[in-house]
Design a protein around this ligand. Structure first.
Ligand code: HEC
Ligand code: HEC
Length: 310
């Protein structure tokens, strides 16, 4: 702000504030000492024939209220940042040195400190043990809704490009440590464009049909048969049987779970354009202990699906 606003304005506001406070006090003193003007204690003004304006002093208690407000203002301005003049290079911030940011940080620090013993207990537990702790799962769910739901959906079921976290199917290994690492560091899912390696447009379509056949999806079996041979260039990452490779993050193509859409066109697009799919790192937003609990919650999403569903 001070880059744009001349510091003289700070002084102007500070002086105007102090002068008006003093002015209020002076006015109060003058008003309380003012002598009666006419013999009958009136100002001499008369309306509607007999309505006289009297000149009584303010009631004492009323006057003291005024004094108290002025004193309160003075004390407040000394303690809190209310007078925006500069002392040296710094702006006068009140003797308490209170700032809204400082208060916010102090409250945050207090909340964090209160949670330390809670998280200390959870840090010792495995994901399976945490899944049995309703309080831990409640914390995990709130962390999830605040930090992850916008991309993965409030139920964790994801959408095109954003993986379903509740189906037990993972691009990577799906362990507790894996999920923790993804949360902290984010993730890059990279498949290079492969059309040149596959061959002609017809070849690309045939491979796509072969990929569909891997999961028993509706496909053209003649085309699939032709594409099978070309799938060799895909096998390096997706495996010869198309079951994927968690170490490379290459998904299983035989499970009817389609992160980037189902059907010939979606697969042709994957082959011709490749994919750079990124999850931004979330580590800055969460403590290590929070990540530990949150990852256990994420794993529990597919656990409950498995128990209830299959
Ligand atoms: C800005 C969107 C975004 C946010 C926010 C986000 N993610 Fe992701 N996440 C993604 C995308 C996109 C991928 C897929 C990356 C890829 O294709 O490799 C992903 C992948 C993952 C994976 C790997 C899935 C697998 O199958 O291996 C996990 C686990 C995960 N996210 C958990 C989380 C958690 C927990 C949070 C909250 C702390 C979160 N994500 C927040 C977009 C997001
Ligand atoms: C260099 C490794 C690599 C090669 C080679 C490769 N892929 Fe992929 N593929 C990946 C990765 C990694 C992903 C996941 C991208 C992500 O995380 O979003 C992927 C995703 C896909 C998907 C999307 C799956 C889904 O669930 O939606 C399809 C389909 C696919 N690949 C087909 C192929 C075909 C066909 C070939 C051969 C022409 C091929 N890939 C070659 C690494 C590879």
């Amino acid at each position: 702000m001070s880059d744009f606003v001349h510091s003289g304005w700070g002084w102007f506001v500070a002086i105007a504030t102090v002068v008006s406070l003093v002015f209020c006090l002076v006015l109060l003193i003058i008003a309380s000492r003012r002598k009666v003007m006419a013999a009958d204690n009136s100002t001499g003004h008369v309306w509607d024939e007999d309505l006289k304006e009297m000149n009584n002093p303010l009631p004492r208690w009323w006057m003291w209220l005024f004094v108290i407000t002025v004193v309160f203002a003075a004390v407040y301005l000394a303690l809190y940042p209310g007078l925006p003049f500069n002392t040296g290079t710094e702006r006068f911030g009140g003797t308490l040195r209170w700032t809204s940011v400082g208060q916010f940080e102090a409250e945050q620090e207090k909340a964090r400190a209160a949670l330390v013993p809670v998280y200390a207990k959870y840090a010792e537990m495995t994901a399976e043990q945490l899944a049995q702790e309703p309080v831990a799962m409640g914390i995990g769910q709130r962390l999830y809704l605040n930090n992850c739901a916008q991309c993965h959906g409030s139920d964790g079921k994801g959408s095109t490009g954003f993986p379903n976290l509740a189906d037990g199917d993972w691009l990577g290994t799906g362990t507790h440590d894996y999920v923790k690492t993804v949360i902290v560091e984010g993730r890059m899912g990279v498949m290079p464009p492969m059309a040149a390696a596959v061959g002609s447009g017809e070849d690309v379509k045939n491979v796509a049909q072969y990929v569909l056949s891997l999961s028993g999806s509706a496909h053209d079996s003649v085309a699939a048969q032709l594409g099978k041979e070309k799938f060799a260039v895909c096998a390096a990452c997706h495996g010869a049987d198309g079951k994927g490779n968690p170490a490379l993050g290459a998904p299983n193509l035989t499970d009817k779970i389609w992160l980037h859409g189902w059907g010939e066109q979606a697969i042709v697009n994957m082959i011709t354009q490749g994919k750079n799919n990124a999850m931004p790192a979330q580590g800055r937003l969460l403590t290590t202990e929070q990540v530990h609990v949150l990852a256990a919650y994420v794993l529990s999403l597919s656990q409950t699906t498995r128990v209830a569903g299959n």
